[in-house]
Design a protein around this ligand. Structure first.
Ligand SMILES: C[S@@+](CC[C@H](N)C(=O)[O-])C[C@H]1O[C@@H](n2cnc3c(N)ncnc32)[C@H](O)[C@@H]1O
Length: 218
């Protein structure tokens, strides 16, 4: 079962039903049963050299669909000072608020990435997405929801801000979706998958992609 497809792609379906990844109830249930921590695809250490090329420790950052990943914690331990995490699952957000109540550099809010009205436009230097566009693209109305999400991501980013997408989706398909918004320049890197992650899921390939999308003024 992978997050690589879209609802229009037959390869995205499995006996477990990848459509569930687009549903809030699925994530609430999953986080109720398993408090984690769990990191999809990759942990911070192998990603950090690429982050360093685009992010400063003082940047205001947004992690969308944070789940119970330790990415935010690892970044703060590495000197990042201001990270807001959002997720659509109330269950995981309440757990993360409790877990990190003594780490003021990390904030957790329940919010849908497709509607981030709580954030001002042009207010973040970077938005990091590890697996969240993928999960939205597994759900129903994948294309419409992905467009809403990316428009919101672009809106909250400052000029020259960067959207960092770590994805298991088909690279050419993800590139198409990103290019639909004529708002950023895109660089792409291949990232190996974490060995532990490879062991716990049935995957047809052992790499994912990192897209670095830098917003330009329209
Ligand atoms: C594949 S998990 C990735 C979790 C984490 N980023 C990681 O790397 O381990 C996808 C996450 O996106 C969240 N999510 C799904 N749809 C969302 C939405 N519309 N808005 C915000 N979060 C969403 C889910 O609750 C889940 O925590």
């Amino acid at each position: 079962m992978t997050l690589g497809g879209s609802s229009s792609s037959s390869s995205s379906s499995s006996s477990l039903g990848t459509h569930s990844y687009g549903e809030t109830a699925y994530w609430d249930d999953r986080y109720r049963k398993d408090g984690g921590p769990f990191d999809w695809y990759q942990k911070y250490a192998p990603l950090s050299p690429l982050f360093d090329l685009y992010l400063r420790r003082s940047h205001r950052l947004l992690l969308v669909g944070c789940g119970n990943s330790v990415l935010g914690e690892s970044m703060v331990d590495d000197g990042y000072q201001d990270i807001i995490n959002i997720d659509i699952s109330t269950v995981v957000i309440e757990a993360m608020q409790q877990k990190y109540k003594d780490k003021p550099a990390l904030k957790y809010l329940k919010m849908d990435v497709r509607d981030m009205a709580g954030f001002e436009s042009n207010s973040f230097d970077g938005v990091i997405d590890k697996g969240t566009l993928d999960s939205i693209m597994c759900g129903h109305n994948a294309h419409e929801n992905a467009t809403k999400m990316l428009e919101e991501v672009a809106r909250v980013l400052k000029d020259k801000g960067v959207y960092i997408l770590i994805t298991y989706g088909d690279p050419s398909y993800r590139l198409c979706v990103l290019k639909n918004l004529d708002t950023w320049t895109i660089n792409m890197h291949v990232i190996g998958l974490n060995q532990g992650f490879c062991c716990c899921v049935d995957l047809p390939r052992c790499f994912c992609m990192m897209f670095l999308c830098t917003k330009f003024m329209l």
